[in-house]
Write a protein that binds this ligand. Structure first.
Ligand SMILES: Cc1cc2nc3c(=O)[nH]c(=O)nc-3n(C[C@H](O)[C@H](O)[C@H](O)COP(=O)(O)OP(=O)(O)OC[C@H]3O[C@@H](n4cnc5c(N)ncnc54)[C@H](O)[C@@H]3O)c2cc1C
Length: 396
C-alpha cells in the first residue's frame, strides 16, 4: 500500500503509538489532539511487562533512554493479626517495568517521525465518505483519510459512530492513585529497600493497595506510585483545609487498616499528584470497522487491576503495524486488526472483573493468608487467563 492516509483522533499514549505504527508501515499520518500542552501532567505510575518494553525499544517505538524502574518480584502484605506491624503473606516472581506515564507519553511523542501532530485541535466529528474513506472535522475544517484511528480515550467520538450502544459498566468501587517523592521515604528505609526489589500489594478489609517506585521527571529521581482500591466512603471524614477530599479518605483508610509504616507513608503531605476515579469498564464488540479503527481506551477499558490499559494501547499499535505490512488494502488490514484486538479487549475486561471480585468485592481475610492461599486466590482470579502480574503463579 502506498500513499495511505491515516488520521488519528487523540494524541496520548494510544494516539502517539498508532502514529508510530502507521509511519513505520509507510503511511502518511496526522494526529489531532484536543489538549494544547504537553500531557505529562497526567504523570502517574504505570507498569508494563519487561518483554513488551524491550520489543518497543528494539522496534523504535521507545528510545532506550526512557527511564523505567524494573523489579522482578511481587510481595503481598497485610497487617499482622492484632498488631500494627506488616506481615509478608507471599512473594511471587512477577517482573514489571514501572514507568512514569508522562515520560512514556513524551518518549512516544518524540518518535512519531514525519507524522504531523496538531495540538489544541478537538475533533468535532468523524464521518464516512461515499468513496470508503472518512472525514475528520475540526474547527479549522475537514480532511479526508483512508483510515481514521479513534485513540480518543474512554469518551471517544469515534466509538460513538461505530459502537454507540457501548456504555461504561461501573464496578461500584473507587481507586485513588497518587505519587509521592521517594525522598519522603527517608524515615522508612526498610519499606524503601523492599520497593527497590519488589512491587507491593497491601491487603486490607474491603480492598487493597498497590505500591511501586517509578522514575521521576528530574533525571535520577524516583517517585512512589500507589493505587488504592476501596468502596466509596459511607461518611467521609472532614478534609483538612485545602486538602483534596480523596487524600483525607485515603489517610483514613490507611490509618484504620494499614501497617503503621505504610499508613505513615500515605499520610505524607508531599504528594506530587493525586486523583480519584470511579472504577468502570466496557469493551466494543469489534475493534475496527473500515475505515474506522479503535485503539487504547477508546476500544476498551478494563478495571485497572490488570495494569493493562497502556499495555493494550501499545500492543494495538504493534498489531496495526503488522496488519498494515501484511495486507494489500486498508480494509484487509483493519479486518486483521479487529480479529486480533477485539478478543484481547474482551479478555482483559473479563480478567479485570474477576480480579475485582477476588481483591475488592469479596476481600479475603488477608492477615490469615500465606503463600498457598495467595496462590490459590491468584489462580481463582486468573481462571486460566494470562497476566504478567502473576508470572510465577501461572508457571506452576
Ligand atoms: C488507577 C489506574 C492505574 C493504571 N495502571 C496502569 C498500568 O499499570 N499499566 C497500564 O498498562 N495501564 C494502566 N492504566 C491504564 C492507562 O493509564 C490507560 O489505559 C492509558 O493511559 C490510555 O491511553 P489512551 O491514549 O488510550 O487514552 P487517553 O490517555 O485518555 O487519551 C485520549 C486522548 O484523546 C484526546 N481526545 C479526546 N477526545 C478528543 C477529541 N474529540 N479530539 C481530539 N482529541 C481528543 C484527549 O485529550 C487525550 O489526550 C491505569 C489506569 C488507572 C485509572
Amino acid at each position: 500500500m502506498t500513499g495511505l492516509r491515516i488520521g488519528v483522533v487523540g494524541g496520548s499514549i494510544a494516539g502517539c503509538a498508532m502514529a508510530i505504527a502507521g509511519a513505520r508501515a509507510g503511511a502518511d499520518v496526522t494526529v489531532h489532539e484536543r489538549s494544547d500542552g504537553a500531557l505529562q501532567d497526567r504523570g502517574f505510575g504505570i507498569v508494563i511487562p519487561p518483554p513488551l518494553h524491550q520489543e518497543l525499544v528494539a522496534s523504535g517505538y521507545l528510545g532506550a533512554d526512557m527511564p523505567t524502574t524494573p523489579v522482578a518480584a511481587r510481595v503481598w502484605l497485610a497487617r499482622a493479626p492484632g498488631r500494627r506491624t506488616a506481615r509478608e503473606l507471599a512473594r511471587q516472581q512477577a517482573p514489571v517495568a514501572a514507568c512514569n506515564w508522562g515520560l512514556l507519553w513524551r518518549a512516544l511523542r518524540s518518535n512519531i517521525g514525519d507524522s504531523t501532530y496538531h495540538r489544541g485541535r478537538p475533533v468535532g466529528s468523524v464521518v464516512r465518505t461515499a468513496s470508503g474513506g472518512a472525514l475528520i472535522r475540526t474547527a479549522d475544517g475537514e480532511r479526508e483519510y483512508d483510515i481514521v484511528v479513534g485513540a480518543d480515550g474512554h469518551r471517544s467520538v469515534t466509538r460513538e459512530l461505530i459502537a454507540p450502544e457501548v456504555r461504561p459498566v461501573p464496578a461500584g468501587y473507587l481507586v485513588w492513585r497518587g505519587t509521592i517523592p521517594a525522598s519522603a521515604l527517608r524515615d522508612h528505609p526498610e519499606q524503601l529497600a523492599l520497593l527497590e526489589s519488589a512491587w507491593v500489594t497491601l491487603g486490607f478489609p474491603g480492598g487493597h493497595g498497590v505500591f511501586y517506585l517509578i522514575p521521576g521527571t528530574e533525571p535520577g529521581s524516583r517517585l512512589l506510585a500507589y493505587a488504592i482500591y476501596a468502596p466509596p466512603p459511607a461518611s467521609m471524614p472532614a478534609p483538612g483545609a485545602g486538602a483534596p477530599v480523596s487524600a483525607a479518605y485515603v489517610r483514613h483508610i490507611a490509618g484504620e487498616h494499614f501497617p503503621a509504616e505504610w499508613a505513615d507513608i500515605v499520610a505524607r503531605g508531599e504528594h506530587t499528584s493525586q486523583a480519584l476515579h470511579p472504577v468502570a469498564d466496557f469493551v466494543v464488540p469489534r475493534a475496527a470497522e473500515p475505515p474506522f479503527l479503535l485503539a487504547g481506551d477508546a476500544a476498551s477499558v478494563t478495571r485497572p487491576h490488570t495494569a493493562s490499559g497502556a499495555v493494550k494501547a501499545l500492543q494495538d499499535a504493534l498489531c496495526l503495524e503488522r496488519s498494515l505490512r501484511a495486507s494489500s488494502s486498508a480494509a484487509e488490514a483493519l479486518h486483521r486488526y479487529a480479529e486480533e484486538r477485539s478478543a484481547e479487549g474482551a479478555r482483559l475486561v473479563g480478567l479485570g472483573r474477576r480480579l475485582g471480585r477476588e481483591l475488592v468485592e469479596n476481600t479475603p481475610d488477608w492477615p490469615t493468608m500465606g503463600p498457598a492461599e495467595v496462590d490459590a486466590l491468584s489462580r481463582a482470579a486468573l481462571n486460566g487467563a494470562d497476566s504478567y502480574l502473576y508470572g510465577s503463579v501461572q508457571r506452576q
